[in-house]
Design a protein around this ligand. Structure first.
Ligand code: 1GP
Length: 247
């Protein structure tokens, strides 16, 4: 079955999914084997690969190395068509539906389509919604779009509903990598209740409690980038943190 079918299945069984986001530019190559072991020891169910701007031309090599030692699905999460790699398993085919920059709504997708036709990649159409996380993040800067107001639940909901009606298979609520504030829990709750398709949430989630709260509010997939990038023992440390909180 496809990666998307597995996501649908997980959602229907209320099994929560966790993606580790790797920015190919931030890979310390000498340390890659260690990074992969830490991913394998973590509760991650998916690896997402990409970034708003990626300069390295070593994405293929990165994915080949990852696949040698990890069985997790490798999913591209590209900021632009140059980040397509045939070595991955699937691609989040994103449209930045919170913004009104036509390049990120349809322009890059038109450029990507003939390239994707030459690959076996599973294409997963994704309505990508940028929500204000309290600071200007790379997505906002690079896409030159304004995030949606984090208090405007109606607008975020209508955007997600439109994405679903347009045929998107996933909705991704994004506060931006390194966001000060992650996506509001009541927003996750509302969107998850009013749409049927799996919901991905990411940006600014830095501890296990943040992950748990997102799941409890209705996220099907949580994405962790910065917190893991800063500390490969994040998932160990996060578990510890939760135990300390209980005592
Ligand atoms: C960014 O949602 C992801 O696209 C992850 O964000 O780096 O803040 O975890 P963080």
């Amino acid at each position: 079955s496809t990666i998307y079918d597995q996501m649908r299945q997980a959602k229907s069984e209320k099994r929560k999914l966790l993606a580790i986001l790797l920015d190919p530019d931030k890979i310390v190559w000498e340390n890659l084997d260690n990074l992969i072991s830490k991913i394998n020891e973590s509760p991650a169910t998916h690896v997402f690969i990409g970034g708003s701007l990626v300069e390295t031309n070593r994405i293929d090599e990165l994915i080949i190395r990852l696949k040698q030692k990890s069985n997790l699905p490798m999913v591209l999460f590209p900021g632009n068509p140059s980040q397509i790699s045939k070595e991955a398993d699937a691609i989040l085919f994103l449209s930045l539906i919170s913004g009104r920059n036509s390049d990120y709504l349809i322009g890059h997708q038109v450029k990507a389509a003939p390239i994707l036709k030459q690959t076996q990649l599973e294409i997963i159409s994704t309505g990508y919604i940028l929500v204000d996380g309290g600071n200007e993040t790379a997505v906002e800067r690079v896409s030159q779009t304004k995030p949606l107001d984090r208090n405007n639940l109606d607008l975020v909901l209508a955007t997600a509903e439109a994405g679903e009606m347009l045929g998107n298979k996933l909705i991704y609520l994004e506060a931006g990598s390194g966001a000060k504030q992650s996506v509001p829990l009541e927003m996750i709750d509302l969107v998850s209740k009013k749409t049927e398709i799996p919901l991905i949430v990411g940006g600014g989630i830095v501890d296990l409690l943040g992950i748990k709260n997102a799941y409890d509010s209705g996220a099907d997939v949580v994405v962790i980038g910065t917190a893991f990038e800063r500390d490969f023992d994040f998932f160990e440390a996060a578990k510890q943190h939760l135990i300390e909180n209980k005592q």
